[in-house]
Design a protein around this ligand. Structure first.
Ligand SMILES: [Zn+2]
Ligand SMILES: [Zn+2]
Length: 361
């Protein structure tokens, strides 16, 4: 997205829209474009992220004010604008907008067990952690069954009552001519029962949001763009269905000295003109806190790449490590002592003679 769309335009609301209107508009867009409902659809994901970002800003009075006054530029440098974190923010918004349980609406089916939704979040790793592998504890905030009402949503001591609209069936039928239409009961949303006295702890939802810690293991050699699946750590299933999975998108932070090129590590090293001409060796510290001695051949040129096998990142398929690629730079001194100047002039004279010698030889 090179040109950011106006947030009000993204949500399809007027500039004066109330926070309620904004919430409603976002809910509709989020339901439509949610990645779980559009697996593998990159366009839907982009629209979803766009709407989520717009909602994050416009649902916050302070941020909305800044946006109204300064546009997108007014939000630059704010922590929430890192973009990549949309999914972890989304978890907060998720329960806020959808009121807790069942996720994307309609996810709670009356008939039979349903698998819980998948969750996604992003984890940033240092290059060292990515190369060595690591474990990180992530905190998930997901709805879980309310203990005070045992998940029924009815205040302790009271019970859910049979829904009068559908007589407890969860579906209502209407006939038009010869055709019978059956739809989910709008009164009880297919539950067959309704809460008369809501449980105060969960507002009658039957679920409360709880923090949950999950220890995620990142294997050695992971890189940005990789997605890790942690089975069974998504949203809980309903009616005995299995839990969804947790997906962790990996982002490896930029390192000052090393770049990744697949399993290869690329770095720069500087030697003096004399070292490059005569050859020698240099010692480099690697991001995983090990060291390597790199042989610099005599006559090394600026920009030349010296490859050290097996000193790169571990390959995820277990087939050893990539290479370390050292891009050579030659240091030309900016200041010289008069003695150094004399020596260099002598060297210059000597080097000028060189071609004649070669010719005569
Ligand atoms: Zn409750
Ligand atoms: Zn009903």
């Amino acid at each position: 997205m090179s040109q950011k769309r106006d947030f009000y335009e993204v949500l399809g609301v007027a500039k004066e829209a109330s926070s309620d209107d904004i919430r409603k508009a976002y809910r509709q867009l989020a339901l439509k474009h949610h990645p779980d409902r559009n697996p593998g659809n990159a366009e839907a994901e982009a629209l979803f992220k766009e709407a989520t970002e717009a909602f994050q800003i416009l649902s916050d009075d302070d941020k909305r004010g800044r946006y109204d006054r300064f546009g997108h530029a007014g939000l630059e440098g704010m922590p929430d604008m890192s973009g990549g974190d949309i999914f972890s923010h989304f978890q907060d918004i998720f329960s806020e907008v959808f009121g807790g349980f069942g996720g994307g609406g309609g996810g709670r089916r009356r008939n039979g067990p349903a698998r819980g939704q998948d969750l996604r979040l992003q984890q940033r790793l240092t290059l060292k952690d990515a190369l060595l592998g690591c474990k990180h504890e992530v905190v998930l905030r997901t709805p879980s069954s309310c203990e005070d009402c045992g998940g029924t949503g009815a205040k302790a001591g009271t019970k859910r009552k049979q829904c009068g609209a559908c007589n407890g069936v969860g579906q209502v039928s209407t006939s038009r001519g010869f055709v019978m239409f059956t739809q989910t009961c709008p009164e009880c949303r297919g539950e067959g029962s309704v809460v008369k006295t809501p449980c105060p702890s969960c507002n009658g939802q039957g679920a409360v949001e709880k923090s949950r810690k999950v220890l995620v293991t990142f294997p050695a050699g992971v890189d940005s763009g990789l997605r890790l699946r942690v089975p069974g750590q998504g949203m809980p299933g309903s009616q005995g269905g299995p839990a969804g999975d947790l997906y962790v998108d990996i982002e490896v932070a930029q390192d000052e000295r090393f770049e990744r090129d697949g399993a290869d590590l690329v770095t720069r090293a500087t030697v003096s003109f004399a070292e490059a001409a005569l050859g020698g060796s240099i010692k480099l510290d690697l991001p995983d806190d090990t060291h390597v001695t790199v042989d610099v051949p005599a006559g090394t040129q600026p920009g030349e790449v010296i490859t050290v096998k097996n000193k790169g990142a571990p390959r995820l398929d277990g087939r050893g490590k990539g290479s370390l690629q050292v891009v050579m730079q030659i240091d030309v001194p900016r200041r010289l002592s008069s003695h150094a100047k004399d020596l260099l002039k002598q060297l210059q004279d000597e080097l000028r003679k060189e071609p004649e010698k070669v010719k005569s030889a």
